[in-house]
Design a protein around this ligand. Structure first.
Ligand SMILES: [Zn+2]
Length: 250
């Protein structure tokens, strides 16, 4: 799978896949490199080649931070943990899916397993199986306001999934919001309504994310927002606070 590498700011890269323009991120400082989400290929083949482009080797990655369990964001995590011993962090709310504890079985599971790990149906694979392709254990369950790897503050952002979190990287002021916010044509938006589990929770999570004084907003799909960030934050915040409805397509 050809992955595009986009530099967000110094030390921050977006890895973008052709399917759904699913984005994961690498933050690399002198001290360490950290990945936020790792893509949809269970052998990390949509992640490792991109690392090479950035000039990093897997042993430089000190942690994988997952925003949520959906397989387009987390399918490669088990492989990276197993092959390179990289610690994986996520919120306990998504553990049943990431540990495959509540993975479906029977026809649903069979059908899910036969969906390829790229292309337009890849998310359906995870949704049918109700789990990632391979169980991944958390080295640590992250919780709201906790700081991970010395620099990533956790923001509980449930709604899209129960255990969805965002991470705010203080040194670069980059907000990794997963699917708590969306960016479409350089505008801040919400995720599609049909893929939002709990609209009320997702609405307050979006507001929590918008409250962060971010210079860069790095969402789970399409492209990071790097211009007019303050104005966009304010615009969506006002829209949500004044009761703006949640559009069907986000
Ligand atoms: Zn998702």
């Amino acid at each position: 799978m050809s992955v595009q590498v986009i530099q967000v700011t110094e030390g921050v890269w977006c890895l973008r896949r052709p399917s759904y323009f699913a984005c994961s991120y690498i933050v690399s400082t002198d001290a360490a490199a950290v990945a936020v989400d790792v893509g949809m290929d269970s052998n990390a083949q949509d992640f490792l080649p991109a690392l090479k482009i950035i000039g990093l080797t897997p042993d430089r990655i000190k942690a994988v931070l997952l925003t949520h369990w959906h397989n387009d964001h987390s399918a490669g995590a088990a492989f990276l943990q197993r092959e390179f011993g990289i610690p994986v962090y996520y919120n306990a709310g998504d553990q049943p899916f990431l540990s495959r504890k509540n993975a479906s079985n029977g026809f649903r599971a069979w059908l899910g397993k036969h969906i390829p790990e790229e292309g337009v149906l890849v998310l359906l694979r995870g949704l049918l199986e109700e789990a990632v392709p391979e169980a991944v254990s958390a080295s640590h369950f992250v919780s709201d306001r906790e700081v991970i790897e010395g620099a990533f503050r956790v923001i509980a952002a449930p709604g899209h999934t129960t255990g969805h979190v965002a991470y705010y990287h203080e040194p670069t002021r980059a907000l990794f919001c997963g699917d708590a916010l969306a960016v479409v044509a350089n505008q801040l938006r919400l995720m599609c309504r049909p893929v939002t589990l709990d609209l009320a929770a997702a609405r307050s999570s979006a507001l929590r994310c918008l409250d962060e004084d971010a210079l860069f907003i790095c969402p789970g799909h399409r492209a990071p927002l790097t211009k007019n960030v303050q104005q966009e934050r304010q615009r969506l915040k006002t829209y949500l606070e004044t009761g703006g409805r949640w559009p069907l397509l986000g």
